[in-house]
Ligand binder design. Structure first.
Ligand SMILES: [Zn+2]
Length: 385
């Protein structure tokens, strides 16, 4: 096969078209993967409308057009470059789209996500050179990728479930940073959404003893609690107290904080992961931060864009930690594959909504119709009708 079908974007804000293009040849350290499933994240609709590109001068964050998007491809290795020795054609893989330059200080230190050129293949990023070198997203029948990007999939992880690894890995890497594990109580801010539900699945796998979760839709919250009702407690976010009763701005009178402390013998949670969607106000994250115990740590993978009214003196005197986290390493992807193989990471609650490649524009337009994080939008590029 020398040509393939790819969904390509020719202009931001316009629909993708199915085009016939050449199947790429893998370079010596690359592989060619036949894509069987590609996850579609709700944010992709914003990306192809140029929401992020318009935030930076000269669209330097966006791939050159025509572009093939698709962030979370899973499939079968079809061909390997001559310097690829530990991966063979026929192996089932997820392709981690995180690309780095490979030779800067941070790459040489083994911290590729801290590379100044870090770029998500099939999405957007910081290096036009990398986007030109790896122009194939998962909304195509074949892609090339470095062999170092491959997560080998156990037989009990379907391609559709692997197409969710982006959200899963984002939550996993973030929760590792704040020490989620046995004996720990964790608050997931936005637990029923696409990121938050995956954080809950991973927190269960990582051994968190108590998992608290906020949300707005009681029906979805009840479904999340049912995953492990003895370890998960959920709350439909109560109205905040009036400013006059806010306890000096440290959440003392907030019914959300009161609930979190009651659930943790008065201490507060050890960790908090913020998974709130775009458009959520800064106050929604501040309330969750005030649920931390002294010495608690928070990590943000959500999309709040408002500036936080952070009180540095409160952070210092309470030894509070707060950091951001982006994506995950291929090694962390291997961890997740191993947890899924062992059954400690249970992905069976995901409801795969699989569509052929020809329906990609309809899928992007219809993503608001979902059951919170339970719906997993997948494109199958092997089907073009
Ligand atoms: Zn680098």
């Amino acid at each position: 096969m020398t040509t393939m079908i790819a969904a390509r974007l020719h202009a931001y804000g316009s629909p993708m078209t199915l085009d016939r293009v050449d199947v790429p040849e893998p370079r010596p350290t690359d592989v060619l993967v036949e894509v069987k499933a590609c996850g579609v994240v709700p944010n992709l609709a914003r990306v192809v409308s140029n929401f992020f590109g318009s935030m930076t001068p000269d669209n330097k964050m966006m791939p050159p057009l025509p572009a093939i998007f698709g962030l979370d491809p899973a499939g079968v290795v079809a061909k390997t470059g001559e310097q690829v020795w530990s991966v063979r054609p026929g192996e089932r893989v997820y392709v981690n789209p995180g690309r780095s330059c490979g030779s800067c200080l941070m790459c040489r230190r083994g911290q590729p996500r801290d590379c100044p050129s870090w770029t998500l293949q099939g999405y957007f990023g910081r290096s036009q050179d990398i986007m030109r070198a790896y122009p194939y997203g998962g909304l195509a029948q074949f892609i090339t990728a470095p062999a170092t990007a491959l997560v080998k999939l156990p037989d009990n992880v379907s391609f559709e479930a692997a197409a969710r690894f982006g959200y899963l890995g984002t939550a996993y890497s973030a929760m590792k940073k704040i020490g989620v594990g046995p004996g720990q109580a964790l608050l997931i801010n936005g637990i029923s959404g696409q990121l938050g539900l995956n954080a809950a699945l991973l927190a269960l796998a990582m051994g968190a003893t108590k998992i608290l979760g906020t949300g707005r839709n009681q029906r979805l919250l009840d479904r999340v609690k049912a995953l492990a009702s003895e370890r998960i407690d959920v709350i439909s976010v109560p109205a905040p107290p009036s400013p006059a009763a806010s306890g000096g701005g440290q959440g003392g009178a907030d019914p959300l904080v009161v609930w979190a402390k009651l659930a943790t013998d008065g201490h507060g949670v050890d960790g908090m992961i913020d998974c709130l969607p775009p458009g959520a106000p800064a106050s929604a994250m501040m309330r969750a931060l005030f649920c931390l115990r002294r010495g608690g740590r928070a990590v943000n993978v959500g999309a709040i864009m408002e500036t936080l009214p952070l009180n540095a003196f409160w952070m210092m005197t309470n030894c509070i930690g707060l950091q951001g986290s982006v994506w995950f390493t291929t090694g962390e992807g291997e961890d997740m594959a191993a947890m899924a193989r062992a059954g400690t990471l249970d992905l069976s609650v995901l409801e795969h909504r699989v569509s052929p490649l020809s329906k990609v524009n309809e899928v992007l337009a219809g993503m608001d119709d979902r059951d919170g994080g339970f719906t997993n939008f997948v494109i199958d590029p092997t089907r073009v009708e």
